[in-house]
Design a protein around this ligand. Structure first.
Ligand code: PSU
Ligand code: MN
Length: 302
């Protein structure tokens, strides 16, 4: 199966110019309409302003696509949760049944790798959920990081997760986790988590060199670039933690399971913070898009 690239994405890839992959679950399931569409378009603009071509990835009518039109982004945003959230497990279903699908980090990484796009910006990657020792809830994003050669720029991992266990799993899987301009693993809404990153890089060129070395060594899989939310947009951990705790309680009370867990928790947090967490989320995605475009540019120079 081939990935169908937009003419702009195809031209950039053919010419060896920088491209940044973007996911679509964040559009359909991660934010409400119309903030989701505004953010998706603003993020594409940030990628362009920083010298790269944005490739928003999704499945349309069963076709794997890289680079959506503004009309397609508008439709994904307004149809929202009606569009199937597609992780790697769901790809054969939506492709086989010719359906639309909003791709998670895992599915987007796979499609980006198939298309030859080595850099991908998201908000926050999935990881090991709190209580995973009972629920076994570990995002397929982590599994895919052992399979697809893509650098993922993420604001650390969402504070709804178990961050120490997420880092342990990445260590076991041999996935480099690079603190970008920081020695600490960022916690999505907050810059700090109290957890150290195993390595640090301060420039796009340093990250590009690490990516090249990983793949030249024949090591398969992702490089995680943990990029903290800008200071002016962060929500201190002490403020967000009680909100997360009550969202987790509510999820348990309602028996939310499987792929519904992450969208449910994000929605609860937006409601409880009266939109402040949404502002933080938008700011960090844009910041990740900027850094990803700079890394893609450095990597393309070879
Ligand atoms: N980060 C966000 N918003 C999101 C997600 C991440 O800021 O909506 C999505 C991503 O698509 C990620 C997914 O891959 O949540 C993880 O879902 P799960 O835990 O079910 O694997
Ligand atoms: Mn899960």
């Amino acid at each position: 199966m081939k990935v169908v690239c937009s003419p702009e994405v195809k031209a950039a890839l053919d010419a060896g110019r920088p491209v940044v992959a973007l996911e679509s679950t964040i559009i359909a399931h991660g934010m409400a309409y119309p903030a989701n569409v505004e953010t998706a378009c603003a993020v594409e603009d940030v990628v362009r302003e920083n010298g790269a071509v944005p490739a928003t990835i999704a499945v349309l009518g069963g076709v794997l696509r890289a680079g959506l039109t503004p009309e397609e982004i508008e439709r994904f945003g307004s149809d929202g949760p009606q569009i199937i959230k597609v992780s790697v497990r769901d790809l054969p279903f939506v492709a086989g049944k010719r359906l639309d699908g909003a791709t998670t980090v895992a599915a987007t990484m796979r499609i980006a790798a198939m298309a030859g796009i080595p850099v991908f910006a998201t908000g926050g990657m999935g990881g090991v959920h709190r209580g995973a020792e009972e629920t076994f809830d570990v995002s397929a994003d982590l599994t895919e990081m052992t399979r697809s050669n893509v650098a993922l720029v993420t604001a650390g991992a969402k504070a709804i997760l178990d961050l120490p266990l997420t880092l342990e799993r990445l260590e076991t899987d041999g996935v480099p986790v690079i603190g970008y301009g920081t020695g600490e693993f960022p916690a999505f809404y907050s810059r700090s988590s109290g957890l150290k990153v195993p390595m640090r890089a301060d420039t796009p060129e340093d990250v590009a060199a690490i990516m090249r070395s990983k793949w030249e060594l024949g090591l398969v899989g992702a490089v995680v670039v943990a990029n903290p939310i800008p200071e002016e947009d962060e929500i201190p951990a002490s403020e967000i933690e009680p909100v997360i705790a009550s969202a987790l309680q509510e999820a348990a009370r309602l028996g939310i399971r499987g792929k519904d867990v992450t969208p449910f928790l994000l929605g609860e947090i937006v409601r409880a913070t009266k939109g402040r967490s949404l502002q933080a989320n938008i700011a960090l995605v844009k910041n990740n898009a900027r850094v990803a475009a700079q890394i893609a540019t450095a990597y393309a120079k070879g």
